[in-house]
Design a protein around this ligand. Structure first.
Ligand code: GTQ
Length: 364
């Protein structure tokens, strides 16, 4: 038997890389690729989002919203929206990798026609009076600060009564789980047969039935996992936050922050998106935190600033009413306000929680 050892391959960096390149080219023709070249990026030590922090000043956006009203009707556009695109994800119609946000405008007398889709939507009313949203035959008025839901696969249209006293465009923030449904290839949509769906139920009957800390004897979950209340008026939220600010402890990170709930489950109002409202008292200088769920903010009242930091890079955004900003995943953020302010926000937290991967760090 020949006991001589096999000849040693002569290992040099150059021959290695040439051999590897030839190997990668060969396997590429079979739709194969080596994990070891991408492993560090696929399984990062901590979230490494491509998203950037960004701020949209309402004073900059508002003129374009009004111009869009001259360019195209709500009916032709179907939804007349300027998408808030993350500056690092241009062309992808998203504000984080999982969330879509846009500002929708409806002029007095206009109708945004009826349709339905599997994407869930939230509306957060930014300004104006006189508009309504209809969901499955029930209408609700849209007033500034109201949080309104369009559950997955429900018929919905928006309109503006255009009455004299309310003759102003209405603008709201749309938050949708569009990127998530795209990721899962689970998007379905249909147009309604009529522009405006028939009103078959009394206005706000859902809020009376499900929104008074009581539920029907035989709860029927009209929208499945989504909250049966589709309008959470600001009036009530504002009063609650005010009372808590006056009479309860202020959280060092969040000020006074509450989450909206599906009253039947205690969970988030929609399966894919959580929504929050918080009040920072006057003179608030919050402690820093980071969380895996990137969050989109809409400033309701007052002013303040947010400092966002990641890997030694820092951004400071000064914000006032109707401004919007995004804090991406695992970026350290810190809120401040001299006069006090109210902030609405939403994120994909329920999905992180359902998967058991949600992380939050409250830093000092
Ligand atoms: O109002 O149904 O901003 O379907 C994007 C997609 C709004 C809506 C958006 C939509 C809607």
């Amino acid at each position: 038997m020949d006991m001589t050892p096999p000849p040693q391959a002569s290992h040099t960096a150059a021959t290695d890389s040439a051999a590897r390149k030839a190997f990668y080219d060969a396997i590429a023709t079979h739709s194969l690729t080596p994990l070891w070249e991408v492993l560090h990026a696929l399984v990062p030590q901590s979230p490494n989002t491509p998203c950037l922090p960004a701020l949209w000043k309402y004073a900059d956006v508002h003129p374009y919203l009004m111009q869009s009203g001259q360019l195209i009707t709500a009916e032709e556009a179907v939804r007349r929206v300027l998408i808030l695109e993350n500056p690092a994800l241009r062309g992808q119609s998203c504000i984080t990798q999982s969330l879509y946000a846009g500002l929708q405008v409806i002029m007095p007398g206009e109708i945004a026609p009826s349709h339905r889709h599997t994407q869930s939507a939230l509306r957060f009313v930014v300004e104006g009076h006189g508009a309504y949203t209809a969901v499955d035959g029930e209408r609700t008025q849209m007033k500034p600060g109201d949080f309104i839901i369009t559950p997955s696969w429900t018929w919905h249209d928006h309109g503006h009564h255009g009455q004299v006293e309310s003759d102003a465009p209405v603008v709201w923030l749309d938050g949708l789980d569009i990127p998530m449904l795209k990721f899962f290839d689970a998007g379905f949509a249909e147009n309604g047969s009529e522009k405006s769906q028939a009103v078959t139920k009394p206005q706000d009957i859902s809020r009376h039935r499900y929104g008074a800390n009581m539920l029907p004897m035989r709860y029927d979950a009209p929208f499945g996992q989504t909250s049966p209340i589709f309008s959470y008026p600001y009036e009530r939220t504002r009063e609650t936050l005010h009372e808590l600010e006056t009479h309860a402890d202020i959280d060092a990170w969040d000020g006074v922050k509450l989450r909206y709930v599906n009253p039947a489950t205690g969970g988030s109002p929609m399966p894919t998106m959580a929504t929050f409202m918080q009040r920072l008292p006057a003179g608030f200088a919050g402690k820093p935190w980071r969380q895996t769920d990137g969050a989109v903010f809409s400033v309701v009242e007052g002013s303040g600033s947010v400092r966002i930091e990641r890997d030694g890079k820092a951004w400071t955004f000064d914000f006032g009413p109707r401004d919007h900003f995004v804090i991406p995943s695992w970026h350290t953020a810190q809120l401040r306000s001299q006069p006090g302010c109210v902030l609405f926000s939403f994120s994909d937290r329920p999905v992180h929680q359902a998967l058991g991967i949600h992380r939050e760090e409250r830093l000092s």
